[in-house]
Ligand binder design. Structure first.
Ligand code: GLY
Ligand code: MN
Ligand code: MN
Length: 444
């Protein structure tokens, strides 16, 4: 399903060390943990330096600009939560500074990377949090060769482009209805001023790199799965008719946190009966009635890495015969798709395998969304799904059937690590067949 909201990247900085105020020459710097950027998260700065080096190895020439997310504008006196952009988070690990910009110039002789941060504003810092001054200490914390202020952006990019004559666009490609991205706007201005300067399309590079997970990313995603599993188990155990969807959502999300989840991968979907037939029903304002199917699509995140799991189960602990037939059909569609999942497979072929099951049963019109998507720092992680699925990627398989007029929505969503020979289901340990669900719920 389409769902591209950025999640809050939480997690303790890998570089934090408790300590007293730090003296850098005459300047007294705030102790670690008291000013942003706190460092890089969830990994140490050298991880991000290596990722940038890998990207620059592929770029070879030119200048690339990557914008971090901006703060959410609001008139409310309390600041809204900040959601970092996935590409920027993957390349820098900076998740606590809105308005940051990364500039890469791989062909430069010595300095090839710059992190630009907005200017400090002492008045705002009295309300929110202190920010680090420029200097060696800040560069050490973030592990980028040079840290400057964003006011230097125009001059820096123009002078780099006047040497390389190439502006490398890393994407993403936005819709024609959306505003032009700030990077393309900047590139347009630079190209107008630097004769012979061209914009090159490199929108495939970052998705290809991010799609294949590093072992350390998989380790953290398994932790997110431990928390996610705990939430789904708690819900299946405690759900009962008469409960509100909102209470059930609270049960799921509390269990996520108790089991080590540091955030929500997306707004939890908890819907019973007819509400479950609305794909992204996230308001949880209804009640759970006996005889209904409850659909919970919820995932914890750890260190900013998402999980995405859906389970559908009967409020009263037992499927009716009709519900069982439909549920088994969805499971059969998922099994048909997963049997074809391995490195080199095309998502389209997997999707066709799932659709064939629904078509044969005369229910194809009730399957109204995509079969799956990549997962990582973003719950809908980048990756070109028209290309073969690579080994080391993590992908969902999530067929479903939805019929509002018949009061049901059934989705079964599991997370798979793709291997050369097949796929490992990461979302193990959450009851999935009707028999597993009924016997788990009967235990009370
Ligand atoms: N939870 C959103 C999705 O399944 O894509
Ligand atoms: Mn999904
Ligand atoms: Mn989902």
């Amino acid at each position: 399903m389409q769902f591209d909201r950025r999640r809050l990247l939480t997690g303790v900085s890998a570089t934090l060390a408790a300590g007293a105020a730090f003296h850098a020459g005459a300047q007294v710097l705030p102790p670690a943990g008291y000013a942003t950027p706190a460092g890089t998260s969830p990994f140490a700065p050298d991880v991000y330096r290596a990722r940038r080096a890998k990207l620059m190895e592929q770029l070879k020439t030119g200048v690339a600009v990557i914008y971090g997310a901006n703060a959410v504008e609001s008139s409310a006196p309390v600041a809204s939560p900040f959601y970092q952009n996935g590409d920027f988070a993957w390349l820098t690990g900076i998740v606590d500074e809105p308005g940051a910009i990364l500039v890469l110039a791989p062909a430069e002789r010595t300095v090839k990377e710059w992190l630009l941060l907005p200017s400090r504003d002492t008045e705002t810092e009295r309300w929110n949090q202190e920010r680090m001054p420029l200097g060696a200490m800040l560069e050490q914390r973030v592990g980028v060769q040079r840290v400057m202020r964003t006011s230097a952006l125009g001059g820096l990019v123009t002078s780099l482009a006047s040497r390389s004559k190439e502006l490398r666009y890393l994407g993403p490609i936005g819709s024609a209805n959306a505003p032009v991205s700030p990077v393309l706007e900047l590139y347009g201005k630079v190209a107008q001023r630097v004769p012979g300067c061209a914009v090159r399309d490199d929108t495939g590079l970052l998705p290809r790199l991010r799609c294949v997970k590093e072992p350390r990313e998989l380790e953290i995603m398994r932790k997110a799965m431990d928390a996610t599993r705990a939430g789904h188990l708690a819900a299946m155990q405690q759900a009962k008719p008469g409960m509100s969807e909102n209470e059930l959502r609270f049960i799921v999300e509390s269990a996520f946190r108790r089991a080590g989840g540091t955030g929500l991968a997306y707004d939890s979907i908890v819907g019973s009966g007819r509400n479950a037939a609305s794909l992204h029903y996230a308001t949880a304002t209804g009640m759970v009635h006996g005889g209904e199917l409850i659909l919970i699509d919820a995932g914890a995140s750890v260190g900013g890495y998402a999980c995405d799991v859906t389970r559908t189960f009967p409020a009263s602990g037992k499927f009716t015969p009709e519900q069982k037939v439909l549920y088994d059909l969805v499971l059969e569609a998922q099994t048909a798709a997963v049997s074809k999942l391995k490195a080199g497979a095309y998502l389209e072929d997997l999707s066709e395998a799932a659709k064939a099951v629904f078509r044969k049963a005369g229910r194809i019109d009730e399957f109204t969304h995509g079969l799956g998507h990549y997962v990582g720092l973003d719950v809908h992680d980048p990756g070109d799904t028209s290309q073969p699925i690579p080994a080391g990627s993590v992908i969902t398989m999530e067929p479903g059937l939805y019929l509002q007029s018949a009061n049901y929505g059934i989705r079964i969503e599991d997370l798979y690590l793709v291997t050369e020979t097949g796929a490992e289901r990461l979302s193990t340990g959450v009851p999935r067949t009707t028999q597993e669900i009924e016997s788990f719920m009967a235990r009370g």
